[in-house]
Ligand binder design. Structure first.
Ligand code: SF4
Ligand code: SF4
Length: 248
């Protein structure tokens, strides 16, 4: 197993195998207290996956984010420099095949971005990549002759990538292909996270559904209004969704 986990922005987490390898000045991520960090004059994380409960991941990450913002204002160093990288903390009892543990580490990575925009951009891309890889190469929508399982008996040859144009015309509005659909290869050109999260009845019957509360990065770092936008802003380019998320 690697002895370090590389994060973005030149941060690293060091993997250790023995409790005696923890330096003296680490602070348990499960019990972050500003007074302890002031005393230590540094924030160096201790992460023990044997004691850290997955039900607490969200609250622990939120606390780390708020503490990080305070200590940066007080000019307390975050991690220790090691050549061109910064070791942000030490990790023990880590299982690289454990999806939940890896999600938690993605959350730490998100917190270490300097600005809210960078953090949201990272979360957005990470979740989209996860959703893309979930579908990749599986034909879960059962496309045959360009018709998906849900729309098999309709005229749609683009799955659910079409919508009513000029809704206020009521019965005179017409169904059109989404303007962002690349008709040459039937791919989305704008990375719309709401569309990627969408699952129709056909997929839900197959047991495929994505809930925001089950995706740690989305559940942890966004408030209810932002979650609403993430879920329902379909047919919309990434930049527009990010702009809206930053506003709230
Ligand atoms: S999500 Fe449903 S409606 Fe959309 S392409 Fe897949 S099967 Fe068709
Ligand atoms: S924005 Fe949504 S509806 Fe439009 S092409 Fe992309 S995935 Fe399809």
């Amino acid at each position: 197993m690697n002895s370090v986990i590389d994060l973005d922005n030149n941060y690293q987490l060091k993997i250790i195998n023995s409790y005696s390898d923890f330096p003296d000045n680490v602070t348990n991520i499960d019990n972050l207290k500003i007074s302890t960090i002031f005393r230590q004059k540094i924030l160096l994380l201790k992460i023990d996956f044997n004691t850290l409960k997955k039900e607490n991941f969200k609250n622990v990450l939120r606390k780390f984010l708020s503490i990080k913002n305070i200590i940066l204002k007080k000019h307390i160093p975050l991690g220790i420099r090691n050549e061109n990288t910064t070791i942000i903390g030490y990790i023990i009892n880590y299982d690289e095949n454990n999806e939940k543990q890896n999600d938690f580490i993605l959350g730490i990575n998100a917190i270490l971005f300097d600005t809210k925009y960078e953090r949201y951009n990272y979360i957005y891309d990470t979740v989209c990549n996860y959703l893309d890889s979930y579908f990749y190469g599986k034909n879960l929508c059962d496309f045959k002759n360009n018709k998906c399982g849900e729309k098999r008996t309709t005229s749609s040859v683009t799955g659910c990538c079409r919508h009513f144009k000029i809704k206020w015309l009521g019965p005179f509005s017409k169904l059109v292909e989404c303007e962002y659909l690349n008709m040459d290869n039937h791919t989305c050109s704008v990375k719309c996270i709401s569309c990627k999260l969408f699952t129709c009845d056909y997929l839900r019957k197959k047991g495929i559904q994505f809930k925001i509360k089950d995706i740690l990065l989305l559940d942890t770092f966004f408030n209810p209004l932002q979650k609403y936008f993430i879920k329902y802003t379909t047919f919309t380019p990434k930049e527009k969704i990010l702009k809206r998320l930053i506003m709230f």
